[in-house]
Write a protein that binds this ligand. Sequence first.
Ligand SMILES: O=C(O)CCC(=O)C(=O)O
Length: 265
Amino acid sequence: MELTQAQRAQFDRDGYLIFPDLFSSAEVAVLRQEVARLAEIHSEEVFREHTGGVKSLFRVHETDGATRSAPFCAMVRTPRVLRPVQQVLGTDEVYVYHTKINAKPAIEGTHWAWHQDYNSWSKDGCPRPDMATFNVMLNDTSEFSGGLYILPGSHKLGLLESVQDQSTSYKSWSIPKQKMVEVLRNSPPPVPVTGRAGTGVLFHCNVLHASGHNLSGEDRWHIYVSCNAVANKPVLGPNPRPDWVVSRNWHALKLEDDAGVTKAA
Ligand SMILES: O=C(O)CCC(=O)C(=O)O
């Protein structure tokens, strides 16, 4: 899938693009079945809420490891996902920084605070914000079920100061309250990113985003395929985060079969 000039201009302006119905219901069914299987695994790549429900499940795109998955491995290499990432990063030499499935359970799945992904990735040692994430919704997603909010154009603010969020099992960096209040008061309204299962969202690593509690009766499963330019691989410090969150496999991905997900089922 090749982005048009208009889509590239929109990404530069807003910091994100939405692709409704990018994956078919048959493909989504395969991927959902995989999430159900992966959610039973107990390994360091799988984070649970205090209630026991899965919060995040990492590293589903490789051919080895506890959470490997042939359908997700195929999904990240489809031209539908990989080609737009290559285009917005301006290079064909792109690798997966990490994959993460956020499985916000019905009623219990909690919020993600306002942040830029590059808050964490700059601390991992990635020199430049030449990174982007492709999110695919594995359920119909509404504001009520804890869908994402994106602050359009916020990638142009550059990297903001962040603090570590201690409120969840998986530690992440977020924007301090006073700064975020100031940014929100001086920005266009956040956009709720909702859509049917199979919808894709590509966003820049400096775009501010957050999401709320899942108050609905359905689990909200999303996969995030975070990508980096090979030339921007991290300069790792003394205690780098593990491979499942900061991949050491910085070989460029090749575009593969667009029908790979159903073939891998
Ligand atoms: O899954 C969500 O609702 C938000 C996740 C997110 O922003 C992240 O993992 O960086």
